[in-house]
Write a protein that binds this ligand. Sequence first.
Ligand code: AMP
Length: 508
Amino acid sequence: MNTDKNANLFEVLRAGFPSDSNAPCLLLHCGRQISYGEMEKETARMGNLLVSLGVQPGDRVAVQVKKSPQALFLYLACLRSGAVYLPLNDAYQRHELEYFLGDATPRVFVCQPQMRILADELAVETAVSHVLELDEDGGGSLMQLAARQPETFSTVFRRSDDLAAILYTSGTTGRSKGAMLTHGNLAANARVLHSCWRFRPGDVLLHMLPIYHVHGLFVAIHCALLNGSPMLFEPRFDAGRVMELLPKATVFMGVPTYYVRLLAEAGFDLEFCARMRLFISGSAPLLKETFDDFRLRTGHTILERYGMTEGGMFSSNPYEGERRGSTVGFPLPGTDIRVVDDNDAPLPAGKIGNIQVKGGNVFAGYWQMPEKTREEFTADGFFKTGDMGQWDSEGYLSIVGRSRDLIITGGLNVYPKEIEELIDEMPGVVETAVIGLPHPDFGEAVTAVVARQKSAAGDALEEAGIIGRLKDILAAFKVPKHVHFIDDLPRNAMGKVQKNVLRQQYSD
Ligand code: AMP
């Protein structure tokens, strides 16, 4: 018999569940509540179902469904049964699904009912043993079969280095890679965030993020469960619903676009946010303007943090102490962060370089890509994040952008963020993306894509005016050769500006 402690993440989280099993776990859109006790029973039924279907510890369970309480229970049931959870964005179509199922070879695929015919076809192609359905309202064959299962389940023993989940990165270049996250990785990050963000009795989390991504699935849910807190569990972000629900919450986590939209709500002010303890932002850069406006309007300083699929959260602004706009704060306890040059030599404050990380939260490698995994780690075990950044003199880290977005023009490096910030400050500008486009002489030409305000100041903006102003303050090689205007910058569901889309759109 194994006498080690069970490192299964579910057991780690369970240690924080309330002693009263009637305490609410989920507060739903429809007004219904689901208690911690009910949640445990549901996850037990689903765990029993997975085992009855022949799912062994380490088998993958792929899930492409809409956000619902049952989808969350399925994640927890996978943890409990030792299966490896593989969430898929519900926007993925045939071509993408074919790749993910073929690559991850799951034993079970849970899909939306309307995807059933396609799912069956793909299951035959990729040797998936079972296809089950789950709809947005918690109906479907998964729930019908689970309902017949016993409501107790003994959580399977897992070591901390056993896999808990595979999350495919939303790679914009090359094949999407499956980041392998272990029970130990997820538990380490959950504990650190719970402590650094000072989760406490009485906290209520307003959860509006998608749950196929590290932000909504791990960061938000693990903090709440480890705290035994209820979550106001909403199907999606909706500023109107925030206006109804925020007075019942104490913590909110969002991507920057959520904050921009909330600032557009008239009643979103100091009094309205009075009960709130903490607003957290991440997954994409928060504009300084949003950070400042939010503080003015609500009296709250948004806490910005930085991380990625391959390791959860790496750094965070402090809970106590100054939260600095345009920075992502300090390394979290247990995570080493370094900013290095192209020879992996650490750089001092003020010098821009590659961000590398190491720690118990950093993933175990890319699924079935040992070569790629080796390439992405240094000899001394640091993961190359692909982000570029710099320290300030007080140890705050700021992100300059992805290294692949770095522009090299005439052999000189241009960091898009420096130019984006300058254009953003001009009257009439909503926001800017600076990209490099192929150029016969320079290799790449600095190009700005600007979203204008719908106002007189916005209408007055012209390419020549922007370029002229930048010429006064920037070295000539950094000044955009062209400025294009656009209604809105293209973003993915996590609020990240899709520079690859812009590069494609303007490369002609
Ligand atoms: P994902 O793996 O989808 O979570 O994307 C991770 C990437 O999002 C990071 O590598 C960063 O490029 C970016 N990111 C996350 N948080 C921030 C932040 N606070 N500021 C700027 N970029 C961020």
